[in-house]
Design a binder for this molecule. Structure first.
Ligand code: SF4
Ligand code: FES
Length: 291
């Protein structure tokens, strides 16, 4: 009996060894040739709809050296041989934002702030050529990064857009879309102010805004800053006030000409499209010669 058990145990061991051996003997898997490395992709498309790089362009009163930076970037780009133009970031800055000069990358959606013009070459070589971020300059503060294409400074009210293709009326509405419904309702300027401003902005982006709407927005924003009980009202009305103060021309274009200069407000784009179509149709057709 014992001999039979030993024989069985030996059989089992042999089988196990055999299976291991078999697995070792399995044919080697086919060598799949490595895929060719992807061709190097440039950081941005020089012919894209949006510029690769922009620099802030504040009005008078700003001494942050944005012109110096723009020039340094243009020179560095020329030296590098990259055919990239330096665009303009829409900038509403009273000259005290302490973020300037800043650089925007519209195709990627981020900003470099407090840029030293002496680093223009570094930005061109490292970021534009090699696609690397320069972290010491990167704007990462969530308090000012409401949206990838906007820079906003709560302390000074500075409001900037990454390029010309951002509509500042839509940006003002965006801030209120955020805040609407969050007022606790204790004080009237905040409870009704946000609601009324939001309605006015809604009419303006739809092409139904009037000069009274613009006036109402200004009055309400000021009232909310000075007459409300807590910081919420001020925080929510300040960006709207910055938008109407620094970019009033865009509000006027929306109201008086039913035009969105950035081409963002769909209703206005549609109005303009129909208007152009009607004008084309109204042009009398030329009579054929000989008739
Ligand atoms: S200002 Fe402050 S207290 Fe007054 S309604 Fe707004 S959130 Fe409430
Ligand atoms: S200080 Fe120049 S952009 Fe703000």
């Amino acid at each position: 009996m014992l001999a039979r058990f030993k024989e069985l145990a030996r059989d089992i061991q042999d089988k196990a060894r055999g299976s291991i051996k078999k697995t070792h003997e399995e044919p080697a898997p086919k060598v799949v040739p490595l895929r060719r490395p992807a061709p190097e992709r440039s950081f941005c498309d020089p012919n894209g709809k949006r510029p690769c790089i922009t620099v802030c362009a504040p009005g008078e009163g700003c001494g942050c050296g944005c012109e110096e930076l723009r020039q340094a970037l243009e020179e560095a780009l020329e030296r590098s041989g990259l055919e990239i133009a330096v665009g303009k970031a829409k900038t509403g800055c009273p000259g005290s934002c302490a973020m300037g000069p800043f650089v925007g990358f519209p195709q990627k959606g981020f900003f470099y702030v407090n840029v030293d013009p002496r680093d223009a070459g570094l930005i061109v070589e490292e970021t534009l050529r090699r696609g690397k971020l320069l972290f010491p300059y990167l704007s990462v503060n969530p308090a000012r990064s409401y949206r990838q294409d906007i820079l906003y400074d709560r302390t000074t009210g500075m409001l900037a857009a990454i390029d010309e293709q951002v509509c500042m009326v839509e940006v003002a509405k965006y801030f209120l879309d955020f805040e609407e419904g969050l007022s606790c309702g204790k004080c009237v300027p905040c409870r009704l102010g946000i609601k009324r401003m939001h309605e006015s902005l809604g009419r303006i982006v739809e092409g139904a805004g009037t000069m009274e709407d613009l006036e109402q927005i200004k009055v309400l924003a000021h009232t909310m800053i000075y007459a409300a009980h807590c910081q919420f009202a001020m925080a929510s009305s300040r960006p709207v006030l910055s938008a109407v103060s620094f970019f009033e021309d865009e509000f006027l274009a929306h109201i008086q000409e039913q035009q969105c200069p950035a081409g963002v407000c769909e209703a206005l784009v549609e109005i303009q499209r129909k208007k152009a179509f009607r004008e084309r149709m109204a042009v009398p057709k030329k009579k054929k010669k000989g008739k």
